[in-house]
Design a protein around this ligand. Structure first.
Ligand code: NAD
Length: 488
């Protein structure tokens, strides 16, 4: 096992993301041996914590989220000993000088060799000032790598994203900026490339001659919960479509990369996103549906949730029909939907193949072949084929050929992404050009929607969204393949 050497400086070290995701992910890298002796973590935030308190918080975050079968208390304590806390105000230049000293000291003590990861786990409004101070106060080293990790949201439209990007790229080269979209760390999302480019049956069928339509569902059963303040400024379109859903669309519709490396793969994803048809306001009205949840069994309407305006026009649901205007996918509708307070929590992709050109079986209805990829909460691949019923005569039935990942100790998204980051592999991070084309597509929808006040609420909590989301497909003679409201 190759040991990766790095000093992590986590801005926002007391925050929710750090505690729920980053510390458990780092611990999992540690217990698997990817990081061992030569690593240290400096957590910074405004609160005046001691190292001891910080290490207790880190240890608790591991106890609270990693399966107890996978560690001993001694491992947790040894791991937490690598953590140091530095109270820090991101706008205060002097604080960076103190941070620099501590970083140098830990680099020597742990023999890290100058590799630095600056993880910006805080509001994007601070990214520019942090990047500037890291450079001007010389926290970047000249004898190792210096990588900056930024979280979503990356801007709220193309203009703000461009500004944000420039504020970081002014101080860090483009290839040292790692934009996290944690969906790209999910095993089944990574599997899309494996399925498409590792199997000749799918390679040959993956185009507009054989695929009828693609359906992507990211449904949540929870409501807005404690994210009200952020959500009121974002909505489902910015929160889920601009990043996660369009990333999935790009992986499903890109052309084959020349080789499986970050440059070639991201080049093809960029082309796929560039091929998305940007809609006019009329086309938005025709191809996109927005919704907001009303009350349901034992739950409030969105507008009655804490910290939500009584007349909020923010959408908690989006469905849409996308057109990818490239050689392979022109004419294949890509239907997407995402929402809160839906019937189930699931991330799911259904690739619907075309019907047989003719049916030689009298009196038998042949169904479409479907490749379903369950991303969350199950990790499952199912290929639906038509199969002879095991009975006398010749009836047919739909047969699901399924594989479910049962590995309890499969690395979680953040663990995989942090490992990629340490190895300098940017394949599963979002390139700026991807961000750019995604915002271009989303901005057209947002600006069309902003011209009109929607009639909200328009779907019941516990349903699969407004009826218009079903009509979007019905109009094309299709329906959602994944329907958790139906009991089979
Ligand atoms: P949070 O509010 O829990 O934490 C923010 C952190 O920033 C805290 O440690 C706080 O002390 C620190 N901070 C704020 N102002 C500061 C200042 N002036 N100087 C120094 N430190 C300061 O937020 P979070 O949920 O951890 O999210 C962090 C970032 O990650 C946000 O950009 C968020 O959008 C993104 N994100 C979070 C999640 C998640 O699951 N929490 C998921 C995806 C993206």
């Amino acid at each position: 096992m190759r040991e990766e050497k790095a000093l992590f400086i986590i801005f926002g070290g007391t925050g929710d993301l750090a505690q729920r995701k980053l510390y458990p992910a780092l611990f999992n890298l540690y217990r698997r041996g990817h990081i061992q002796k030569s690593f240290a973590v400096i957590g910074t935030a405004r609160r005046p914590w001691t190292d001891e308190h910080y290490r207790e918080v880190v240890a608790d975050s591991i106890r609270g989220s990693v399966d107890a079968d996978f560690y001993t208390e001694a491992m947790v304590e040894n791991f937490a000993d690598h953590f140091y806390y530095q109270s820090h105000n991101v706008n205060d230049t002097e604080h960076y000088m103190i941070l620099k000293k501590l970083a140098q000291q830990l680099d020597d003590e742990y023999e890290i060799g100058g590799n630095r990861v600056f993880y910006l786990a805080m509001s994007p409004r601070f990214f520019g000032t942090i990047a500037e101070h890291l450079k001007t106060q010389k926290l970047v080293t000249d004898h190792g790598y210096n990588r900056v990790v930024v979280e979503k949201p990356f801007g709220r439209d193309l203009a703000t994203a461009t500004e944000l990007n420039q504020s970081i790229e002014k101080y860090f080269p483009a290839d040292s900026i790692f934009r996290i979209d944690h969906y790209l760390g999910k095993v089944m999302i990574q599997n899309i490339t494996a399925i498409r480019f590792g199997n000749s049956i799918f390679r040959n069928l993956w185009n507009n001659r054989y695929i009828d339509n693609i359906q992507i569902t990211l449904s949540e059963s929870l409501g807005v919960e404690e994210r009200a303040c952020y959500y009121e400024t974002a909505g489902a379109l910015r929160d889920m479509v601009q990043n996660h859903i369009l990333q999935i669309v790009s992986l499903l519709t890109m052309n084959a990369p020349v080789s499986f490396n970050d440059q070639d793969l991201r080049q093809e994803k960029i082309s796929a996103l560039k091929s998305l048809k940007v809609y006019t306001p009329d086309e938005v009205a025709h191809n996109f549906v927005r919704g907001q949840y009303g009350p349901g069994e034992g739950v409030h309407a969105y507008r009655d949730e804490d910290n939500i305006a009584d007349d909020s026009a923010i959408e908690t649901f989006v469905a849409g029909k996308l057109e990818v205007e490239n050689m392979n996918f022109a004419g294949v509708p890509v239907y997407i939907r995402t929402g809160k307070r839906l019937a189930t929590k699931a991330t799911r992709i259904d690739v619907i193949f075309k019907k047989m050109p003719t049916n030689i079986f009298p009196g038998v209805a042949l169904t479409n072949n479907v490749l379903s990829i369950d991303v969350d909460p199950n990790e499952e691949i199912t290929l639906y084929i038509n199969d002879k019923d095991y009975d006398t005569g010749f009836k047919m039935k739909q047969l699901p050929l399924a594989y479910r990942n049962q590995n309890r100790d499969c690395p979680e998204a953040y663990e995989k992404l942090l490992h990629d980051l340490l190895r300098g592999d940017a394949t599963n991070f979002t390139h700026w050009e991807e961000v750019k084309y995604s915002w271009q597509f989303v901005d057209a929808i947002r600006s069309a929607w902003d011209m009109e006040t929607p009639a909200f609420p328009n779907y019941e909590s516990g349903s699969m969204g407004p009826q218009a989301a079903d009509e979007l497909l019905a109009r094309d003679g299709k329906q959602w393949f994944f329907d958790p409201t139906k009991t089979n």
